[in-house]
Write a new protein. Sequence first.
Length: 418
Amino acid sequence: INASVCGAENCDTSKENIREAVSAGCRLLQDLEVKHVEVDACGDAQSAAEGAILGLFQYDQLKAKKKNKVITQLYESTDIPRWEKGVLYAEGQNLARLLMEAPANHLTPTIFANTIEEKVASHGETVTVKKRFVSLAWIEEQKMGAFLSVSRGSEEPPVFLELHYRGAPDSSQAPLVLVGKGITFDSGGISLKPSPSMDAMRADMGGAATVCASVVTAAALKLPINIIGLAPLCENMPSGKATKPGDVVTAKNGKTIQVDNTDAEGRLILADALCYGHTFNPRAIVDVATLTGAVDVALGSAACGVFTNSDWLWEQLHKAGIVTGDRVWRMPLFQHYTRQVTDSQLADLNNIGKYSRSGGACTAAAFLREFVTAPHWAHLDIAGVMSNKDEVPYLRKGMSGRPTRTLVEFAAGLAHKD
C-alpha cells in the first residue's frame, strides 16, 4: 500500500494535499485577474490537474459579472499524460456540478437529456444515446408503473435516458450498468417538502448527473470497458394527477408498492430502472442517488454510503475512493430492514417502511434490493455529499458533483482488470 494512504482516514493524504494546495494557488491568481497559470506537478500531475480544474470552477452561467477565466497548463514536466487524465477526471466532476447547480426551469428532463447528448457527440463512434421520451406506449410496454407514478404530477414530460459506451475490445463483454436518480426538481409531491431549502432540490438529479458525467468521462479516457448509463428523468410535483399517499402502483418486476409518502419517490423511479438494467446481463449494477436525508444524518459530507450484496464490488469502490479522496463507507443491508419495507398493509412493499424515522437510509436500500437479482449490485446514497460548504477545500461552496471521480476511477479499475 502507498505510504501516503492513511488507513484511519481511508484516503491518500498526499494526493489530497496536492489537490488542496494547487486549488488554493490557482484561486488566488484567479482573484488577481491572472489569465494563464502554469502548475507544478508537485510529484503527482493528475492530482495537481484535479486541484486546478476543480478549484477554479464556479457556476456563474446566469450572472452578468463572470468570474475571471483562467487557462491552466503543466509547468516543465514530462508527465503530460497524467496531467491530461487529471483534467478529464476534474472536467467530469465539473459537468456534474454544472448540471446539479442549474435551476430546474433551465434543466428540465428534456434539456438534461439533450445536454448529455451534446456532450457525447464527439464520441459518436463509441457512445450511443437513446432518449426514450416516455410515451404511454413505451412505458406500458416496459411496465414501469413506479416511474410513471412519480412523473404524472408534472407538466414536464419524463425522459428515460440510456447511454451505451462501447470501449471494450470484445464488444460482447458484459457491461457495467450505472443507474442514476434523475429527479430534476423534487417538491415532495403531495407529501410537500417544507419551503426552506426546497430550492436545493434542483440537485435531486445528482445521481443521474454523476452517472452521465462518468460515462462521458469514460469515453473521453477511452477506457477499455463497456458501460451502460441509465437515467430515469422527471419532476416530482403536486397536481390533480399526482400520486396520493396510500396509492398502490406496480413496478416493472410485477411487485406492488404502497406509496405512503410521495416524497420517497427516488426509490420508485430507481426500482423500475434497476429492473430494466438487469436486461443487459451486467457484470455489475451500481445505482447512485440523492436518496435520503438519513444518510446525511449518519455520515454528513465525509463519505457517501454504500449498500451492497457483493464484497468484491465493495472492495473495488472502496479502493477507488481512497485514490480520489472522494470516499465511500459501507452500510448494512440486514434482513432487519427488509422486514420493515415488506410489512405493508395493501401491497407487496411499502415505500417508507414501518418505522419511517429509524434507519431511513437502510430501509431505502432494503427497498431497492427487492428489485435486484444480480449478484454484484451496489447502491450509493449520495444525499450527504450533494453540496459543499467548506468541507472539501478544493470545491467552492455549492453543488459538489460528488462522487463522479470515484465512479470513473472505479470503472477504470474494472477496465484494467483481466
